[in-house]
Design a protein. Structure first.
Length: 240
């Protein structure tokens, strides 16, 4: 489950200081779509610049990574700041993705365009499945996905801690069948995460969440999309 999209967030922000919002001020699904497109455009432009200016990207990637993490934390705890923080976050993520994508593409020419198209295809497939009712965010679905997300988080953290001691579980460097299967499972979890994201956006619109939550939801969806793209990129690299 995307940790940025929770029922409590909408409940806490559906009203502000006890004042109700007029119809023009409430969150809408079309508003989330429009703002998601804006964030994706910002990210794409930033990634394109980073890709074409590797010297700049090499210097800026680490500060952008740190800044992106800080902005994500700010948005998580202060959704009202999303209108300002999310576009800056998109710029930072674009710099990071452009640098990482260039690195992968040098080793595996053509892999980036394949990863981009696959990510978009997965997004639209999940949206189609959700709209058709084939996949729904039922309580059991949520529990399974939340446990899977927690397991992946622990797996990432263990890898990170072990890397400090010159070792790791081999996931980020190994091309073994085991690493490929784990990678495939993570891709599946990231893709299924969209179902809960879509459901949370729909609930937010139905509950009359304030207008600024459109930026918050768009930002949260972008986080999932970036995660999915990176895992697909890694998955394709293993097969190469």
């Amino acid at each position: 489950m995307n940790p940025l999209l929770k029922d409590e967030v909408f409940e806490r922000n559906s009203q502000s200081d006890g004042l109700s919002f007029s119809r023009a001020e409430v969150m809408t699904i079309s508003g989330v779509i429009n703002k998601s497109v804006i964030l994706l455009a910002i990210l794409a432009i930033s990634a394109f610049y980073s890709w074409n200016n590797p010297q700049f990207a090499q210097v800026a990637v680490f500060p952008a990574l740190i800044a992106g993490f800080i902005l994500a934390m700010i948005c998580s705890f202060k959704p009202k700041s999303s209108a300002v923080c999310s576009p800056i976050y998109a710029v930072c993520e674009g710099i990071v993705l452009g640098f990482i994508s260039l690195y992968f593409n040098k080793s595996y020419p053509g892999i980036v365009i394949n990863a981009v198209f696959l990510t978009i295809a997965v997004l639209f497939c999940m949206l189609a499945a959700y709209r058709a009712g084939l996949l729904r965010a039922t309580p059991r679905f949520r529990k399974v996905l939340i446990l899977s997300m927690l397991g992946i988080l622990v797996f990432y953290l263990v890898n990170m801690v072990m890397s400090f001691f010159g070792s790791s579980l081999g996931y980020f460097s190994s091309n073994s069948e085991g690493a490929f299967i784990i990678n495939l499972i993570i891709v599946a979890v990231a893709a299924l995460n969209f179902i809960i994201d879509f459901d949370m956006v729909e609930q937010g619109a139905a509950q009359g969440a304030p207008k600024f939550m459109e930026w918050y939801c768009s930002f949260a969806l972008l986080v999932t999309l970036v995660w999915l793209y990176l895992e697909i990129l890694r998955l394709l690299a293993r097969r190469r």
